[in-house]
Ligand binder design. Structure first.
Ligand SMILES: Nc1ncnc2c1ncn2[C@@H]1O[C@H](COP(=O)(O)OP(=O)(O)OP(=O)(O)O)[C@@H](O)[C@H]1O
Ligand SMILES: [Mg+2]
Length: 338
């Protein structure tokens, strides 16, 4: 497939760290794969291999129908990459950076200038276009780097944590740009630590942890595995925590979580908003005052807890996923227990 990404059995070790431990990926042409995982999961390593910047110890990969190991130069001509750390020339202005990239791609001068101006506008950099990038904020550099990756529209794009460090407005703007890009037929692999982002952008999601894919599916499928939405309540009076817990246990669709310190309780809510209404009604009838209540969508952390029995940001438990599990180990992972 000219615009697809395909990888089989990728392994990469750094000393005794198995950064990738047998990763298979398939991204059909014109679709978006979200590679979702916590720090150190192996996301960047996978991107570097697929973009020919790193050789795997074993396994093979094709990008845009080309083998990354035997045809790296051809692969590079077919892809765009926005890395995790912005690669901009600090001593050029934003506009100069984009024009330089356009000229590297051999766009004629007038086209290069027009494209640079368009992108500066799209990424809210027009006002700062003639300042040197050295004085840009982190989010501005990030946007300039993303703009540079979009100077030409390659058939396959890789974006490594594209919105990390962006404020909500700029994140939203980037999501729109990405959606347009994909609507135009580009295949995209993006890495992220945010389920919400994968949710917005990805046709399918692969959850990676310790160099292995531990689950795949659409965002809805993954959320269902983590119990769907969550009702979250903060009670005013710590003395009523137990009563509240009993109400949630009776009405909710799974294990209740109680954090006495923050007076926060959670329960999975398969029924969504309907359950929220029932909980409010019961707590009101029982005269239990609440500071806050809401229905929230599961986060990466919820998905992670249900898949691995540990929080995504809990490296201490990494070596022994069973230890300290906050949720009973009922989840079945794609590749079975390790
Ligand atoms: N060049 C390297 N030398 C040694 N170890 C490395 C190297 N690159 C990556 N690693 C290790 O491989 C593992 C995976 O790293 P990788 O950068 O792929 O993670 P990541 O999922 O991108 O994490 P993050 O969310 O923090 O960007 C980590 O344990 C990391 O320390
Ligand atoms: Mg990374």
């Amino acid at each position: 497939m000219p615009g697809a990404i395909h990888a089989e059995g990728l392994v990469k070790t750094f000393g005794d760290v198995r950064a990738l431990d047998g990763v298979d990926l398939d991204v059909p042409q014109g679709t978006v794969l979200g590679l979702l995982g916590p720090n150190g999961a192996g996301k960047t390593t996978a991107v570097r291999i697929l973009t020919t910047l790193l050789r795997p110890d074993s396994g093979r990969a094709e990008v845009a129908g080309l083998d990354v190991l035997t045809h790296p130069n051809e692969v590079r001509r077919s892809i765009g990459l926005s890395g995790q750390f912005a690669a901009v020339d600090e001593y050029l202005t934003g506009r100069e950076n984009l024009r330089m990239v356009a000229r590297l791609y051999q766009l004629p001068g007038a086209v290069a200038r027009r494209r640079a101006d368009e992108l500066l506008e799209r990424f809210n950099l027009a006002d700062a276009a003639d300042r040197i990038a050295k004085n840009y904020s982190g989010g501005m550099r990030r946007r300039l780097d993303l703009a540079a990756a979009l100077v030409i529209s390659p058939p396959v794009m890789f974006m490594d944590e594209p919105t990390t460090g962006l404020d909500p407005r700029n994140r939203q703007a980037l999501w729109e740009v990405i959606k347009e890009l994909v609507a135009g037929g580009t295949t995209l692999l993006l890495t992220t630590q945010y389920l919400e982002e994968a949710d917005h952008l990805a046709d399918s999601i692969a959850v990676v942890d310790h160099g292995r894919i531990i689950a795949r599916g659409t965002s809805d499928e993954l959320k269902r595995r983590s119990g769907g939405d969550v009702v979250e309540v903060i009670v005013r009076d710590a003395g009523r925590l137990e009563e509240t817990r009993a109400v949630l246990a009776r009405l909710g669709d799974g294990e209740t979580g109680v954090d006495t310190h923050t007076r926060r309780l959670t329960v999975p809510a398969v029924g969504g908003a309907k359950l929220l209404v029932e909980v409010i009604r019961e707590l009101d009838a029982a005269g239990i005052a609440i500071d806050d209540i809401g229905l929230r969508r599961p986060t990466l952390d919820d998905v992670f807890i249900s898949l691995t029995g540990r929080a995504a940001d809990d490296p201490d438990l990494a070596a022994d996923p069973g230890a300290g599990a906050r949720v009973p180990g009922t989840a079945t992972t794609e590749e079975g227990p390790r």
